[in-house]
Design a protein around this ligand. Sequence first.
Ligand code: C2O
Ligand code: CU
Length: 481
Amino acid sequence: MHDAVTRAFIVAALVVITLGGCRSRSSDPPAATKPTLDSALLREFAGAYPEAAPKGGALREIDIVAAETVLPLVDGTAMRVWAYNGSVPGPVLRVRLGETIRVRFTNKLPQSTTIHWHGVRVPNGMDGVPHVTQPAIEPGQTFVYEFAPKDAGTFWFHPHVRAAEQVERGLYGVLIVEDAAPLPYTRDVVWVLDDWLRDASGQIVEQFVTPHDLAHDGRWGNVVTTNGTTKETLVVGSGDRIRLRLVNTANGRVFKPDLSALDAKVIAIDGMYVREPMSPKGLEIAPGNRVDLDVSLAGASSSRIEIVDHFYASSPNHLADIVIGADSPVAPPFASPAHARVPKWAEAMSVPAHHDYQLDARRGGPYGVEWTIDGVAMHDHDHAQASSVTLEHGKFYRLRFTNLSSRLHPIHLHGMFFRLLARNGNAVDEPFFRDTALIHAKETIDVGVVPLDDGRWMMHCHILEHAEAGMMTTIDVRSGS
Ligand code: C2O
Ligand code: CU
């Protein structure tokens, strides 16, 4: 009897607490379930992002200049490109978690530009989006980017002005934020995957954002490179254990590398460690995505391993060779890095979608075809007037993306990571966060996100031609009242 009364009291008290926390809208589910579910999802999220970066790290100052140049690329042809600090790919910047990076950037291009730090949770004003977070940097001008990365991992940087042209011409670099205490891999290697559309003389075809690109999955080149060459060879020792970081900087091409000949485990996606090391089988690397692999060479069955992309099985592309050049001692064992706190969010699909983005195309606009989000094509100049979905800082949201078209859309969110919850309504437990998720033809995906960084952030298709032709919008993240 006594127990029953106590129980009834507790239930009543819970109902009061729950109702008190709920600002009811007509579309809300019954008041008793939603806030409880939200707080359960948030409890699961606690600790899902790595601990705060250590304070008091060094200031790392770097100069970057963007300029036209000529470089021997692809097969050694002297190619006219645009480059950061005279190289394509641009420099690999390495900082340690806790350090602050200050980039003095000078634009020597014939066009205005910016630098966007893809995947890095920067203060909004450092995000490099013209008309939203800063004015475009005009030819001859300098701008200083400064931020302390909050997450360790593999990131990259590229222009956010006429990106379909500027990235294609060669403007991209890699930013590696090392863990506060990096693991003892024998080597840490970066493979920048890209493709090039070249004319008969080996120069970049200078028609950008063409009707053909727009009717397809953007611009796919006629030659694929790793680190700017078709002959990338990684020479390793027989006992090496390497951390191999893949970055897809292509405008439109998706890579699906066949790594089955390697002892390789995926340890991070889009910079963030996975819940536990996983098989790379079937992994699709869309434009913008990064994949970190833990590769052990000891036990390799051959001394030359060819890595091939087979996104389209009918036309595989050579990516690189790994050659075991010399005997080396077997690397001392250590556990692959992982981040066990990636939430499962098994109940998340019962939270109502905060927004259902409709992705589609139509005729019209400056390029003849427009790619739209919710029927709106956003172009660079109207960024500032954009209507924006608003999210409250620190809350859980389910966002849905419905692809009404028959093309691919790797959707990228600035300023936040999200977890894929479902494809076509079927729950998937991807054990990692992402900043870019590939949506296939006619597919619907659901993602869960808890934004932690305030500001107006871009959300767009990372097929750069689709973005240029309108497939962009913004998300406002605000602190709750
Ligand atoms: Cu890598 Cu908004 O882009
Ligand atoms: Cu797209």
